[in-house]
Design a protein around this ligand. Structure first.
Ligand code: SAM
Length: 244
């Protein structure tokens, strides 16, 4: 049926494109894309050619009404260059406005680097906070880290190779010696997850910025030290004195 289809694409390994994603893309009347060369490659992989229209931060406001109009009677797919649209990628305003206009909105989920990294890192996954890309400037980055320092959740963030060392150093300085993992080139030939404390990882990557795409995963802060037996005794004694 006509509407807006949010289609996740692979983050490296083309085998991760789901059969359903391929089906929707092949049936799309138009695909809103970040970079038409990247999406053309994916369409070639599934043996199809579909009309594409660029949709990125710089033209989105202008293109959106036209796409929303088309969704009334056509299949409009949204993809990003890799992974899940809307996750550190454009799209949420398109979804919001499509919904407001009463269009049918459907998700075709798939690869997402943040979630894939969580599955590799071996750190707690019961609560996590996705930070996207931290600000590149030192002061703004420090402020962004300070804001989340007390949050009892695993942190997940995207970073580029050249900035990784400085980012890890800032994390180590502000969060202390937490366990962390640098997950790189996920689903690609040189996939790896390097684990260690933030300090160890900062040292490792200070001099040699790694190549490729990176997700950093940081363990939550240590739970508060359990009260000692003496503390418990004192509390109990004190409580007893207040019993009638
Ligand atoms: N929407 C995408 C998703 O679902 O993951 C993320 C888009 S964001 C603009 C691109 C960033 O995601 C990269 O800079 C990198 O931090 C991370 N990333 C994407 N693919 C990756 C991969 N194969 N391995 C590690 N990180 C990846």
């Amino acid at each position: 049926p006509p509407g807006l289809y949010i289609v996740a694409t692979p983050i490296g390994n083309l085998g991760d494109l789901s059969p359903r994603a391929a089906e929707v893309l092949a049936a799309a009347d138009v695909i809103a894309v970040e970079d038409s060369r990247v999406t053309a490659g994916l369409l070639r992989h599934i043996g199809t050619k579909r009309p594409m229209t660029p949709y990125h931060d710089h033209n989105a406001a202008e293109v959106r009404p036209r796409l929303i109009e088309r969704m009334a009677s056509e299949v409009v797919a949204l993809v990003s260059d890799a992974g899940t649209p809307l996750i550190s990628d454009p799209g949420y305003k398109l979804v919001r406005e499509a919904r407001a206009a009463g269009r049918h909105v459907v998700t075709v989920p798939g690869a997402c680097a943040a979630v894939a990294a969580l599955t590799l890192a071996g750190l707690p996954t019961d609560r996590f906070l996705f930070l996207g890309f931290l600000p590149p400037k030192e002061q703004a980055r420090a402020e962004a880290i300070r804001e989340v320092a007390a949050v009892r959740a695993t942190l997940v963030l995207y970073e580029s190779g050249p900035r990784l060392g400085a980012c890890l150093a800032a994390l180590a300085q502000m969060l202390g010696e937490r366990e962390a993992a640098v997950c790189r080139e996920i689903t690609k030939k040189f996939e790896e997850a390097v684990t260690g404390t933030l300090g160890e990882l900062a040292t490792r990557y200070a001099e040699a910025p790694p190549k490729g795409e990176i997700v950093v995963v940081v363990a939550p802060p240590a739970p508060p030290a359990p009260a000692s037996a003496d503390d418990a005794d004192a509390a109990l004694t004190e409580a007893l004195t207040r019993l009638p």
